[in-house]
Design a protein around this ligand. Sequence first.
Ligand code: RIB
Length: 300
Amino acid sequence: MNKKIVVIGSCNTDMVVSMKRLPLPGETLIGGEFFMNSGGKGANQAVAAARLGGDVCFIAKVGNDPFGSRAVDQYKAEGIKVEHIGVDREHPSGVALIMVDEHGENSIAVASGANAALSQADVDSAMKAIAECDIVLMQLETPIETVEYAARLAHGMGKRVVLNPAPAHALPDSLLQCLYMLIANETEAEFISGTQITDMDSVARAADIICDKGVENVVITLGRKGAFVKEKGTYHQIPGHKVKAVDATAAGDTFCGAVCVALAEEHTLTEAVEFANRCAAVTVTRRGAQASLPHRNEIE
Ligand code: RIB
């Protein structure tokens, strides 16, 4: 059975320049090619989930401009339900400036624009979609107050609330206590747990601390080393896949979308993480955010 997924989050237009290396502060470097691509952590996760077979509704906010309308048309074409994407008349659509080096590592600066106007009232107006879904997936590119409000609401309705705490931000325990699962990379896990991650023991320690704050399950992504899962008191390390990395942008977003699709199909959490590792590995072999997200048939 394919249950519904609601993604609440950001949408951006990404302006990308690929370079041999990332510039230092104050330095100007002549880069390689420029390209424009659809992005935003929320939108990337929604599109990833839809391409992988999820039944997705996206709650977001765009500006009253061509970037916003183009993005919404693209989500529609991906089969995503867009009736809860609002248009903000005071702020432009979100934009991200991205530089990618020759190893696929990136640096990202985001001008949030309309994403910062996603409000509790926007969540209220999508109450029916939330009530009908199984999983609510969020990130931190929209106001933390809205994320916490939606988490409480969805948790109160008995939904599985999944948070990808990106970009890293301090989180109140009251929010963590609403989470079925936190999917964090090492930096985000360090930030939330207050523990430095240096080896697998410290990964487990960080997961323990996060669970002690009230999160039910924790997944810590480890890049090419795969992912660490703490599920109901048991620990698993799921190996990654060796690929030639071209651009890491949206690898984490693919992972989050993929985990939710597999959970919505009633797979176990470890099966979901194995599937998500495969999907994220494909993403890093291609350039861009939404341009790089895989379809289900490629994974199978
Ligand atoms: O996670 C990648 C995304 O982060 C990019 O698409 C960019 O828009 C920023 O939000």
